[in-house]
Design a protein around this ligand. Structure first.
Ligand code: TRP
Ligand code: SF4
Length: 400
């Protein structure tokens, strides 16, 4: 079976905190067991907003990678690399820019939003407008099927799909395509091939989406197809062009929204974070001084967990029995806030203990992470180069 490929990236902008862990990294750790995964440091993307302070990048890249490893991202399962060390991303970005209408980029909601939010920076730059297209190149160059992202990034995956579709439409018409597709279909075997054509007709003449899906399943089950033949057969189902680039799906991270110490979203800019690999005393101190339900002024005042950020930590960290104990104890003033916070402190410290242990060898010997990345970049680059060969050929650049 053709294994779907997962790809995601993270910008190096500072130390990671529990929000990153519960929002992103835990999900990556789960995915790496289910799919071939590529995870990368989006250092060029960091430069789109930090072009005036590039020091941040080198200050944070390696620490961020140690945080990934500490969280359980496993270089034996997933490919870890750095965007700028696979320069093919830049080449694809450039080539895609030739055919991407300006309006598509101007209409991406993050463009105006971020410009307003980061009003202290001049973001009317070419690079910043191209941010989503660079992201498209990141995704398309690996023919990734699934892109785990938060909600804010969904428009970027959407534009990636449009770019892929336009690219396939413009450049996917190889000479003799139909013949080549029919030839590829013969490689499916008599029975499968007949089914394939039947399903294709049902989809093309009756618009039967289920037939299309079933045909995709037939192709997925077939093992002995080359990448090129597989793409021809996918393309032939829907029209007459070859699927050179794959339209990815966003994989919305279903994750507990990790609140910050003040109940707002956890974020460095709000100063309400608990970092990964923070020492236990600091964790305890941060949680002990955390806000609680403002109605509980005195120990004897009953409270409402729904109005308390500590409760949201319990939702993430505590079992049912503990949650019940909090609900009861808070509403009846049976427990005090310090008491209520202790199980959260214990759980966060225990979680971090494991992370500090995992990180230890990488902290002691920085060459370990350098080697993991060198290895990952090499693997990623091979995949990227394969796609670029097809892209250059399709765009008329492999002449001699
Ligand atoms: N823009 C993403 C973010 O800020 C990071 C990113 C860059 C990314 N390239 C990507 C995510 C490709 C997924 C796929 O979170
Ligand atoms: Fe919050 Fe717990 Fe205090 Fe209730 S008892 S206000 S849930 S910290």
């Amino acid at each position: 079976m053709y294994a779907e490929r997962v790809l995601s990236g993270m910008r190096p902008t500072g130390r990671l905190h529990l929000g990153h862990y519960h929002g992103v990294l835990r999900n990556w750790v789960k995915l790496q067991e289910e799919y071939p995964c590529l995870f990368f440091v989006a250092d060029w993307h960091a430069l789109t907003t930090n072009y005036d302070s590039p020091q941040v990048i080198e200050d944070t890249v390696w620490d961020m990678l140690v945080d990934w490893l500490a969280a359980g991202v496993d270089p034996a399962q997933a490919t870890l690399f750095i965007q700028s060390r696979v320069p093919e991303h830049a080449e694809l970005h450039l080539l895609l820019s030739m055919m991407t209408p300006l309006g598509w980029l101007e209409r991406v909601p993050t463009y105006k939003d971020q410009q307003e939010k980061l009003a202290n920076k001049d973001l009317s730059t070419y690079g910043f407008l191209g941010y989503p297209l660079l992201q498209s190149a990141d995704i398309l160059i690996y023919r990734a099927d699934k892109v785990p992202v938060g909600e804010d990034q969904v428009p970027h995956v959407e534009i990636t799909r449009e770019v892929a579709r336009r690219f396939n439409h413009l450049y996917g018409r190889e000479p003799g395509f139909e013949e080549k597709a029919r030839e590829a279909a013969r490689k499916l075997g008599t029975k499968r091939s007949r089914l394939y054509f039947e399903l294709r007709t049902r989809f093309q003449q009756e618009g039967d989406e289920a037939a299309l899906e079933q045909a995709h399943a037939v192709l997925e089950e077939t093992q002995n197809l080359s990448m090129t033949d597989r793409e021809r057969l996918y393309g032939f189902l829907e029209g007459s062009s070859k699927m050179l680039l794959v339209e990815p799906d966003a994989l919305l991270t279903e994750s507990a929204r990790m609140p910050g110490l003040d109940g707002q979203k956890m974020s460095k800019s709000y100063g309400n974070t608990i970092y990964l690999r923070e020492d236990p005393d600091t964790v305890a101190k941060k949680i002990r001084t955390m806000q609680t339900d403002p109605a509980r002024v005195r120990r004897t005042d009953p409270g409402d967990p729904a109005k308390c950020p500590v409760w949201q930590f319990h939702v993430v960290y505590s079992d049912d029995a503990t949650c019940e104990w909090v609900q009861q104890g808070c509403r009846s003033a049976g427990i005090g806030c310090i008491e209520c916070k202790q199980p959260v402190i214990d759980a966060v410290v225990a979680e971090q203990e494991q992370m500090r242990e995992r990180a230890q060898p990488y902290v002691e010997d920085p060459t370990l992470v350098r080697n993991i990345i060198a290895d990952g970049c090499e693997r990623a680059r091979k995949l990227a180069q394969e796609t670029m060969r097809d892209v250059r050929e399709a765009m008329g650049l492999s002449y001699s």
